[in-house]
Design a protein around this ligand. Structure first.
Ligand code: GDP
Length: 277
C-alpha cells in the first residue's frame, strides 16, 4: 500500500487528470479511502462501472452526486463496452481550459495523460482494455510476473497510466466489507455465508421487495427481517434438512450466487449521502 501510494504521488505531477473506477452498485464502498488526499488538486473523472448490474435510477443519482463534487462522470459497462466511448470526450471537456490554453500557445496535439485508479476487482483492466482496444491479459494474473507501470494510448492525444500496485477499499469499516462481499469483490471464505445472505435479504426485502417476490415467491410481512425471509425462501424451494428444519446455508449460497449472477435484477446497495442541512 505504501509503495502504491508513493508511486501515485510520484507520478501525479505528470498527470492532467485522475480517473477513478467505481462500482456503481456500491459507489462508496468501492472507493479507496485515501484517494481524495492522494490526488488532491487534480482534475478528476469518475467512471461508474458495472452499470449493467446497478439500479439505473440510482446510477443517475450517483452520477449527479459525483458531478456535484466537481468530477466529470461517465456511466459504463466495461464488460460489453457500453459507455466507454464517452471517456475521451469527457476528459477533453474536463480539461477544456487547459486545451484552450495549449491551443492559444500553438501547442496543438499535446498529449493528455490520465492516471487510472481503482480497488481490486472493480473492473479497471476491463475498462482500460475496452477504452484503448488493448488486448493483453492482465500481467499480474501470471504468477511471478511483476507488473510495472504501463502507458496505454486511447487515441493520438490521450494516454492512460495503468498503475500497478493495489489500492484497497476501506476494510476497517465492517459495513464496507459486507457490501464488497455481497458483490463478490471479496472472497466468501473470509465471511460467514449465512450472515451475509441474511443481511442481503434484509436489504432487498426493505428496498426491492418485488425482486424477492418474483424470484423466491416470498413477501415481507411486518416484522420479517432478513433471516425470516431467508427461511421463507428456503422453505419455498423445499430446502429441508432432517427434522423439518430449513437448510438456510444452501439458500444462502443460492441467494448470493443468483444476486451476483444478476438473476434477481439490478441493484444499488448504497444511497447518495443526504445534503448536510
Ligand atoms: P480489476 O481487478 O479492477 O482489473 O478487475 P477486472 O477488469 O479484472 O474485472 C473483474 C471482473 O469483473 C471480470 O470478470 C470482468 O469481466 C468483470 N467486469 C468488469 N467490468 C464489468 C462491468 O461493467 N459489468 C460486468 N457485468 N462485469 C464487469
Amino acid at each position: 500500500m505504501t509503495k502504491t501510494r508513493r508511486m501515485v504521488t510520484a507520478e501525479l505531477g505528470n498527470m492532467d487528470a485522475v480517473c477513478e473506477i467505481i462500482d456503481a452498485r456500491i459507489p462508496l464502498s468501492s472507493r479507496n479511502p485515501d484517494i481524495d488526499e492522494l490526488t488532491a488538486g487534480k482534475r478528476r473523472i469518475v467512471v461508474l462501472n458495472r452499470v449493467d448490474q446497478a439500479d439505473p435510477d440510482m446510477t443517475k443519482k450517483w452520477a449527479a452526486y459525483f458531478r456535484s463534487l466537481g468530477y466529470a462522470v461517465i456511466e459504463v459497462d466495461a464488460k460489453s463496452g457500453a459507455g466507454v466511448k464517452q471517456f475521451a470526450p469527457a476528459v477533453r471537456a474536463l480539461l477544456k481550459d487547459k486545451l484552450d490554453a495549449y491551443e492559444a500557445k500553438g501547442q496543438v496535439g499535446r498529449v493528455l495523460r490520465v492516471m487510472v485508479l481503482g480497488i481490486p476487482n472493480v473492473g479497471k483492466s476491463t475498462f482500460i482494455n475496452k477504452v484503448s482496444g488493448r488486448k493483453t491479459a492482465k500481467a499480474e494474473d501470471r504468477p511471478g510476473v511483476t507488473r510495472g507501470k504501463q502507458w496505454v494510448p486511447v487515441d493520438r492525444t490521450l494516454e492512460l497510466l495503468d498503475t500497478p500496485g493495489i489500492l484497497w477499499p476501506k476494510f476497517e469499516d465492517p459495513e464496507v466489507g459486507i457490501r464488497l462481499a455481497f458483490t463478490g469483490a471479496i472472497k466468501d471464505d473470509v465471511v460467514d455465508i449465512e450472515e451475509l445472505a441474511m443481511r442481503l435479504m434484509d436489504y432487498l426485502g426493505r428496498n426491492y421487495p418485488r425482486a424477492i417476490f418474483e424470484r423466491y415467491k416470498v413477501t415481507a410481512e411486518d416484522g420479517d427481517d432478513g433471516w425470516a425471509l431467508l427461511q421463507k425462501a428456503a422453505r419455498r424451494r423445499g430446502f429441508l434438512i432432517s427434522g423439518g428444519e430449513v437448510d438456510t446455508e444452501r439458500m444462502s449460497r443460492i441467494l448470493l450466487d443468483e444476486f451476483r449472477g444478476g438473476k434477481l435484477g439490478r441493484f444499488t446497495l448504497e444511497t447518495v449521502p443526504e445534503e448536510p442541512s
